[in-house]
Design a protein around this ligand. Structure first.
Ligand code: 5GP
Ligand code: MN
Length: 313
């Protein structure tokens, strides 16, 4: 048994921490762990500092996720590459940091970080299984949703035989692939398509059409009633263009700062670029927030950084 697992075994109460602007991997991983810990008789809290996405309401236990921070004997964070991604001001100790970002800053008392994993869910599963935990069917469903969402339904380069082995074990434990796919992708609100129309209408191509840029403003959100995560698909569409290697979404935040989301196709390490601007992520999906309030200046800085990377391609 690992020291981190002993810590969990000894703790009567555990608080699970998920990252801001949560996705299926952070919430599915935390909820996967939630059901395992409840089975072990623990008192478990789940914290998220921001709003939950509409399409994850089907995850068993999602109503337990709270905006209010709860102290506990042990803390576990999921899918957060750095401590600030948790949106917490409190001291969290001891903390087990479970993640798969190569840019993870190792901020935990224990750091269970596997950059080869397709999703944090895979790291959670391996950790729990290696320590002899039983995986209830609610956990299998949550972990499966986390996995498929984070690997683009088995499309990304992180997918190898071990990922299918993991998916197989989750199915055997009760996860239903078609149900999860329906819940995640077939319940879109009209506002999302209206918003995507507006975002795609801003498409610009730069650096010999190797870079595609799309914009999301607060006005577009107000006009459509959409929410910011609804623009992710527009970013993926921008990347899907034949000539494009890097797609960029520049999003105006409520406070006027600009959030940059980067996606690459097969060559450019956008995680390294995001890191150089104070953010982080993976090779093919990364992001950062700029303190500048001006789209043009943020874009110019970014294009300067990308220019060198793209010259060879
Ligand atoms: P997105 O562009 O969808 O917000 O994020 C893509 C990936 O980059 C995710 O894996 C996310 O965790 C990571 N990421 C996005 N923004 C930041 C950031 O500001 N800091 C760090 N460390 N990672 C980020
Ligand atoms: Mn992830």
């Amino acid at each position: 048994m690992t020291e981190a697992w002993q810590l969990i075994e000894r703790a009567k109460s555990v608080t699970l921490l998920t990252h801001v602007n949560p996705d299926a991997d952070t919430l599915g991983s935390a909820l996967g762990m939630y059901h395992i810990l409840k089975n072990m008789g623990k008192k478990v809290h789940i914290f998220n500092a921001t709003r939950l996405p509409y399409n994850l309401d089907f995850l068993p236990g999602i109503t337990k996720v709270r905006n209010a921070f709860q102290e506990a004997e042990c803390y576990i964070s999921f899918d957060a590459g750095s401590f600030d991604r948790l949106g917490i001001k409190n001291e969290c100790s001891p903390l087990i940091n479970i993640d798969h970002h190569a840019t993870n800053t190792r901020y935990g008392t224990y750091n269970i970080v596997d950059p080869t994993a397709a999703a944090t869910a895979q790291v959670v599963y391996d950790f729990c299984k290696a320590n002899g935990a039983k995986i209830p069917k609610e956990s299998a469903l949550c972990l499966y949703a986390a996995l498929v969402d984070d690997c683009g339904f088995f499309k990304y380069e992180s997918v190898d035989a071990s990922v299918f082995e993991f998916a197989k074990e989750l199915c055997e434990a009760g996860a239903q692939p078609e149900y999860v796919a329906q819940m995640l992708t077939m319940r879109e609100p009209l506002a999302k398509l209206r918003l995507i129309q507006k975002v795609l209408a801003t498409l610009e191509l730069k650096i010999n059409a190797k870079v595609a840029i799309v914009y999301l403003t607060q006005q577009m959100l107000a006009e459509t009633g959409g929410t910011k995560e609804m623009a992710d698909d527009a970013l993926n569409m921008a990347r899907s263009l034949a000539t494009v290697e890097v797609a960029v979404l520049l999003r105006q935040e409520e406070d006027g700062r600009i959030k940059v989301s980067l996606r690459s196709k097969s060559r450019v390490d956008v995680g390294a670029i995001a890191l150089s601007f104070g953010g982080g992520g993976h090779k093919r999906a990364a992001g950062y927030t700029s303190d500048l309030h001006d789209f043009d200046r943020v874009l110019q800085q970014l294009l300067n950084a990308l220019q060198g990377e793209l010259v060879e391609l």
